[in-house]
Design a binder for this molecule. Structure first.
Ligand SMILES: [Fe+2]
Ligand SMILES: [Fe+2]
Length: 232
């Protein structure tokens, strides 16, 4: 079983529990209330009661994902000094530009979170952010976030000994132009201390709405479908 398949199976288990009848849930809860931790010390020794208990905990924990991400975004305010604005300011500028372009909620939230990987993954921050977004946004948006680091090299690669044409490896990809537009209109230009951006509180409901979606919902992922970045 692939990792993706195991994730889908895991989420199906969660869905089954979320769709359980009231009577079934009350049984699970009454069993869970009797526990404050699992009985096992090795996963292979766990039983149904242990895993029902853990699943309930995970469902409650995942509801806080959006607010944990918003908290992490605020901590970006203290990272990567040297620019004229903070990483949080850059993220808010990018999201504001996306909204001003009339982009949809997937694009706006992606613009806000596209550099969140800078905290823990400075050498692959694009892949890190894409992994966070992947279950909850359109495939097109995840691809663009995942590749934006390579595309950004067009603007500065020649100054740091990197290949400014690295994006050419993706020539012909259905989302190539989208990533180029993302970088040109929302990313490379969002280091301007004079640009007026919207506050994080403005974007918080959008982040919560996106991360409240059903993970990997095909109606959200919409494989190979494109939405424009610029509508206005
Ligand atoms: Fe980036
Ligand atoms: Fe960026």
């Amino acid at each position: 079983m692939s990792y993706r398949e195991s994730q889908l199976q895991h989420h199906q288990l969660r869905n089954d529990q979320q769709n359980a009848t009231v009577a079934e849930i009350s049984i699970i809860c009454s069993e869970s209330q009797a526990m404050d931790h699992v009985k096992f010390t090795q996963m292979k020794d766990g039983d149904a009661e242990d895993y029902a208990f853990l699943t309930e905990h995970e469902i409650a924990y995942t509801k806080g994902t959006a607010d944990r991400l918003l908290g992490a975004l605020v901590s970006l305010d203290e990272s990567l000094s040297g620019y004229q604005i903070s990483r949080l300011g850059h993220s808010l500028q990018a999201a504001t530009r996306a909204e001003n372009d009339g982009a949809d909620i997937d694009w706006i939230v992606a613009a806000l979170l596209h550099d969140i990987g800078d905290i823990f993954a400075p050498y692959n921050h694009d892949e890190y952010a894409a992994s966070i977004l992947r279950p909850f946004v359109r495939e097109q948006v995840t691809w663009v976030v995942e590749k934006h680091g390579d595309f950004q090299l067009a603007y500065y690669g020649n100054h740091v000994g990197a290949d400014p044409d690295k994006r050419n490896a993706y020539a012909g990809h259905p989302y190539f132009d989208d990533c180029a537009t993302f970088c040109e209109r929302w990313d490379q230009n969002s280091f301007d201390p004079d640009y007026t951006h919207k506050p994080i509180e403005h974007f918080a409901p959008m982040v919560r709405a996106v991360f409240a979606r059903e993970p990997y919902d095909p109606a959200v992922i919409r494989e190979r479908e494109r939405e424009p970045l610029v509508r206005s």
